[in-house]
Design a protein around this ligand. Structure first.
Ligand code: OSB
Ligand code: MG
Length: 368
């Protein structure tokens, strides 16, 4: 097997601002695996700095090159992957990039779409759009109007101290009935809990990750205080955290991001435990992925436990030009349709990829 890493920097159509910072140029590592003429693609979603999590595009490259790739023998099945990477603590985004590529390879070898291989039950994935913090409420309202006009049926807005209750109030006054949710990206402490509890007045679908990025306790206390479902993002890094969250009552909903949890396999484990066993909903979160990572999100979005719209928007919501042959598009009813093609359903356009690539390295993997 051959593994190639590409570090790409993709210009976003507009700045994306959250409580932890702003991005204009989104880095990613695209991972290509090739075996006997069949390829598979994955994506490392770590950012330019340790803001969403401690990983960066540089730490991920280092961990892939120096610890993960040297442990590979032959062409591993994704089922063996956790055994291969098990001794490496954390660095889930680095692990996930290669794991996803192995899933795509496996599906393409079998000639089946990835969503079928992992047990998806529908091709139409309900999606929404996640809108960053803006310079003014007017600007936010213009963006919301535009996305609704484009056909997005669910809006998520980012909140942070100084950009929360008043903003939600204005959005609700303008749009009393749209499916709406908020995401704080861990911007608050429990001292803010009484104020945040007033979000209950706006019939939001959920409040995502209000507190500390490792917290489960404050979220549990907060969930007990409010009617609106709490959704965890940053705090759920492994299937074990999902078990802890269930035991503690930290959330009713989990946003599953394959990058954050270490890949498709751990995502499926969380789905099995949280949704199939415990009967609770999940949805699929995004990290501004290129068309490659997006293909993996779409595949996960077809799982039966996905019962809220996912943060999987069309390629053109993020990028002027995506690097895949057929960019992801929004279809009627605010859905993205999983493709009836082997693997993730897209091929990488190598000319476009080279346009955005700043670093590339190939590794030959021996049989033993
Ligand atoms: O918290 O869900 C998040 C983007 C980067 C980092 C964290 C988050 C996000 C988003 C964007 O909300 C979701 C998307 O890809 O559309
Ligand atoms: Mg989030």
């Amino acid at each position: 097997m051959k593994v190639t890493l590409y570090e790409v920097w993709m210009p976003l159509r507009s700045e994306f601002r959250t409580s932890f910072g702003a991005t204009r140029l989104r880095p990613a590592i695209l991972v290509r695996v090739e075996d006997e003429g069949v390829e598979g693609w994955g994506e490392v979603v770590a950012g330019e700095g340790p803001w969403y999590s401690y990983e960066t595009v540089y730490t991920a490259w280092h961990v892939l090159e120096d610890y993960i790739i040297p442990r590979l023998r032959g062409t591993p099945d994704p089922a063996e992957y956790s055994r291969i990477t098990g001794r490496i603590r954390g660095h889930n985004m680095a692990k996930a990039g290669l794991e996803m590529a192995l899933w795509d390879l496996k599906a393409r070898r079998q000639g089946v779409p990835l969503w079928r291989l992992i047990g998806g039950v529908r091709r139409e994935v309900r999606v929404g759009v996640s809108i960053g913090i803006k310079g003014s409420v007017e600007e936010l309202l213009r963006d919301i109007a535009r996305y609704l006009d484009e056909g997005y049926g669910r809006i998520k807005i980012k909140i942070a101290p100084g950009w929360d209750l008043d903003v939600v109030e204005r959005v609700r006054r303008e749009y009393p009935d749209i499916p709406l949710q908020v995401d704080a990206n861990a911007a608050y402490t429990f001292l803010d809990a009484p104020r945040l509890a007033r979000l209950d007045d706006y019939h939001l679908l959920m409040i995502e990750q209000p507190f500390y990025y490792d917290d489960l306790l404050w979220h549990a206390d907060f969930q007990a205080m409010i009617k609106t479902p709490v959704c965890l993002d940053e705090s759920i890094k492994t299937p074990h955290h999902a078990m802890e969250a269930l035991r503690l009552g930290s959330a009713r909903i989990i946003n599953v991001k394959p990058g954050r949890v270490g890949g498709i396999g751990p995502g499926l484990e969380i789905h099995k435990f949280w949704s199939l066993s415990a009967g609770r909903p999940i949805w699929i979160g995004g990290m501004l992925e290129t068309g490659v990572g997006r293909g993996h999100l779409v595949a996960l979005g077809t799982l039966p436990g996905v019962r809220y719209p996912s943060d999987i928007s069309a390629s053109n919501r993020y990028y002027e030009e995506d690097i895949v042959d057929e960019p992801w598009e929004l279809s009627k009813g605010s859905v993205i349709v999983a493709r009836d093609r082997p693997g993730i359903g897209v091929d990488v356009d190598m000319d476009k990829l080279s346009k955005y690539a700043r670093r590339k390295k190939t590794f030959m993997i021996g049989e033993s």
